[in-house]
Design a protein around this ligand. Structure first.
Ligand code: NOJ
Length: 531
């Protein structure tokens, strides 16, 4: 067991720090708050925490606009708070993964202030500056991921700077080796403090076409989509040279024992897997977001898993993500009943699962009134349903006024159901989604077949049912998931060994012996133990 790396057999739990626990009653979560809730994470059974950015930032994009990579934003605490948190994380046998945001800085980062000071400043080339097009407009047709042009004119120098996101987030020029060195030093700064790895923000964006060619139009675009989809991002991201950068980051990580490099990558499967790098010298885990975008039915999910397994390079370790701070919550996407099934799927697939805080208590879509909107994307492109506030609302701990998150009004509203949808209440309900998550985590930890074992889809899978086998040595389990709204029956593979239900998403069939035919209720998933 010890020879299997922690990031392969472990479960990652993402915390959005603004929304986990407020310890100083300013309505915003902080590091001390996270520290106070570590025992909960131990109870839940996860292995590693990934913290969304906690660095000094004007918060134009809530921390994804960093003004000082080596200091903690006062909203979240101090470097000392960070060290205390890290020590307590490690004391509990957990790991801590930081969010590294190398593609862009804040517009108030000292590097950018220097860079925009004049055309001949030593840091000018640390960012991406271009002359206007002949008509005085932007240098090319690249768009911001948050709507509008990706180029902003700096009146003083007469040049445009490039920003793949907000104009307050200028892109660094990763073709400049001095930028790379400075950023790798930052990685070392945190690795020296003891962090266990990084999730690297928009890693596929780091290198852009060096000729800055226009992106081609997207024939499938319609105006109900985010504006970024107007063009295919052929030249503005996912360039061949990016893999050199990823490999260099990996080299830095590898000079420290047992650390992990995770890359945020929204690309089709065949492009995604290139981020494992030649000879697996790239990211350990290029985040696999395919479950978020695949149609939620047994057939589509079955072929997704199959295609992903086939696409993985030899030795490349799989991973699965159900949700994060940029995506509608799983409950909002598939409904509360299927969210339980999704939990079983996530925690029984081969590869490292990442859980998003709050999914384990069934946090659902929370409508944000227009006057309460915080997300800059929703402000830029209102009414298209792009806003990310609904998945960033405070964690709900108990039935007190602000759900135990804070004693004052939180920065985003709580869910309407916070009096019943909270950790304290759900812990007491044996069949709650929280107890389902905890049981799944426990079963996964106890049975290596379910985490690192081989995966084989079973032929009994159908339009309604996905069934697969997980096997590690003599440890063998079959997972059967009913994606349908009706009862169903499934004929299990023939076996000599007696079998029984280890766990059902309904949490009421433990130990039930079964014969060849397994009956499932609507939305029910079960793990069957063999042997
Ligand atoms: C991806 C992050 O997950 C998202 O929250 C952020 O807005 C963009 N990158 C820009 O950093």
């Amino acid at each position: 067991m010890t020879e299997i790396a922690w990031w392969k057999r472990g479960i990652v739990y993402q915390i959005y720090p603004r929304s986990f626990q407020d310890s100083n009653n300013d309505g915003i979560g902080d590091l001390e708050g996270v520290r106070q809730r570590l025992d909960y994470l131990v109870w839940l059974g996860v292995d590693a925490i990934w913290l969304s950015p906690i660095f000094v930032s004007p918060m134009a994009d809530f921390g994804y606009d960093v003004a000082d990579y080596r200091a903690i934003d006062p909203i979240f605490g101090t470097l000392e708070d960070f060290d205390d948190l890290l020590a307590d994380v490690h004391k509990r046998g957990l790991k801590l993964i930081l969010d590294f945001v190398p593609n862009h800085t804040s517009v108030v980062h000292p590097w950018f202030l220097d860079s925009r000071a004049s055309r001949d400043n030593a840091k000018r080339d640390w960012y991406i500056w271009r002359d206007p097009a002949p008509d005085g407009g932007p240098p090319n047709n690249w768009l911001s991921n948050f709507g509008g042009p990706a180029w902003t004119l700096d009146g003083a120098s007469g040049q445009y700077y490039y920003h793949a996101f907000l104009s307050q987030q200028p892109d660094l020029n990763w073709r400049n080796l001095a930028v790379r060195d400075a950023m790798y030093d930052i990685l070392r700064f945190w690795l020296d403090r003891g962090v266990d790895g990084f999730r690297v923000d928009v890693i596929w964006h780091l290198i852009k076409d060096d000729a800055f060619r226009d992106n081609p139009p997207n024939p499938a675009y319609d105006s109900k989509q985010a504006e970024i989809n107007r063009y295919l991002q052929v030249h503005s991201a996912d360039q061949a040279d990016v893999h050199d950068v990823v490999a260099e980051m990996r080299n830095v990580i590898d000079t420290y024992p047992d650390r992990v490099l995770i890359g945020e990558i929204y690309l089709p499967l065949e492009r995604l897997v290139t981020y494992y790098g030649n000879g697996l010298a790239g990211a350990h885990l290029p985040f696999n977001f395919q479950l978020i975008h695949t149609a939620w039915n047994a057939r589509e999910i079955a072929s997704l898993i199959h295609d992903y397994e086939i696409a993985l390079p030899e030795g490349g370790w799989p991973n699965w993500v159900l949700g994060n701070h940029d995506q509608p919550r799983i409950g909002a996407r598939v409904g509360q009943d299927q969210a339980r099934l999704a939990a079983m799927l996530l925690l029984t697939l081969r590869g490292t699962p990442t859980l998003y805080y709050g999914d384990e208590i069934g946090l659902n879509k929370i409508e944000i009134a227009p006057e309460l909107v915080q997300d800059p994307w929703e402000k830029n492109e209102p009414g298209l349903g792009l806003g990310r506030d609904p998945e960033r609302t405070p964690m709900q701990w108990d039935s007190s006024h602000y759900a135990g998150f804070s004693k004052v009004e939180p920065w985003l509203p709580l869910g309407l159901s916070s009096s019943s949808c909270n950790v304290a209440a759900l812990r007491e309900i044996p069949r709650s989604i929280l107890n389902l998550y905890r049981r799944l985590v426990d079963v996964r930890r106890k049975h290596l077949a379910l985490s690192v074992g081989d995966y084989a889809q079973l032929a009994v899978s159908s339009a309604q049912v996905l069934a697969y086998e997980r096997e590690f040595g003599a440890d063998r389990h079959v997972v059967v998931l009913n994606f349908g709204h009706c009862d169903c029956e499934v004929a299990l593979p023939q076996t000599e060994s007696p079998r029984c239900i280890l766990l059902s998403t309904c949490l009421d069939r433990d130990g039930e012996p079964i014969g060849r035919i397994l009956k499932l209720r609507p939305h029910e998933g079960v793990i069957v133990a063999y042997g």
